[in-house]
Design a protein around this ligand. Structure first.
Ligand SMILES: *Cc1c(COP(=O)(O)O)cnc(C)c1O
Length: 219
């Protein structure tokens, strides 16, 4: 299967309200261009330096999403162009994004990452921390960030029931938060192995890498 065929097959089966982030981390410019030529414009990366390099080298109408964990001191490198930052999990990080966005006279779209997996290694806020963050007095003062919704990653497991319950939990938090913030419109959940379950549970944005580009080779 080619990248183009993989992509078109996924898009064909994606409900209209669900958008696709093609996760291109570790992939070459020519592989990305294959997806681009098939019509894909949203790409996701998890390392800021790699995303900055690709942004410089590839067509300017690509929308770059930062899907990985963000170190505060690296926000400045992507503030000029990033379309959506998925992994915001602290007020400190949000303040830095706000500060860097202001320098470029932009409003940067962000998702707050919630920890839903049972694995301890994954990043994200607990439900309690999420509501503490949005109720913090400082949060309201951040004029150059725009919270679009939530992001979460399910446990890496074959247990479909567990994955489903983790996604369903995230959707319930999203619905609760939407009571306070009716403008929310993005629920980023689902990857190659679990995006079909995520869509059933209410995902509006899936992040798919290996099912489009094939397995990743890490150097
Ligand atoms: C790598 C990555 C993905 C894509 O994973 P695949 O299993 O290759 O689809 C999605 N989300 C995040 C946060 C990632 O780091």
């Amino acid at each position: 299967m080619s990248i183009k065929n993989n992509l078109l097959q996924i898009l064909e089966n994606l409900p209209k309200k669900v958008s696709l982030v093609a996760v291109s981390k570790t992939k070459s410019n020519s592989e990305i261009m294959e997806a681009y030529e098939a019509g894909q414009r949203i790409f996701g990366e998890n390392k800021i330096q790699e995303m900055v390099r690709k942004w410089g080298e590839l067509p300017k109408d690509i929308e770059w999403h930062m899907i990985g964990h963000v170190q505060t001191n690296k926000v400045k490198y992507m503030a000029e162009f990033v379309t959506l930052i998925h992994g915001v999990d602290s007020l400190k990080l949000l303040k830095e994004i706000n500060k860097q966005a202001l320098k470029h006279n932009r409003k940067i779209n962000c998702l707050l990452q919630v920890h839903i997996a049972q694995e301890p290694s994954k990043f994200g806020l607990s439900e309690k921390e999420l509501f503490e963050l949005i109720n913090d007095a400082v949060f309201e003062t951040l004029q150059n960030v725009s919270i679009q919704g939530l992001m979460g990653m399910a446990s890496f497991t074959d247990d479909k029931v567990r994955i489903q319950s983790e996604f369903s939990y995230l959707k319930s938090i999203y619905d609760k938060l939407k009571n306070n913030m009716p403008q929310l419109n993005v629920l980023s959940m689902g990857m190659s192995g679990d995006y079909k379950i995520a869509i059933e549970e209410g995902s509006t944005m899936v992040r798919i890498g290996s099912s489009i580009f094939g397995m990743r080779n890490y150097p």
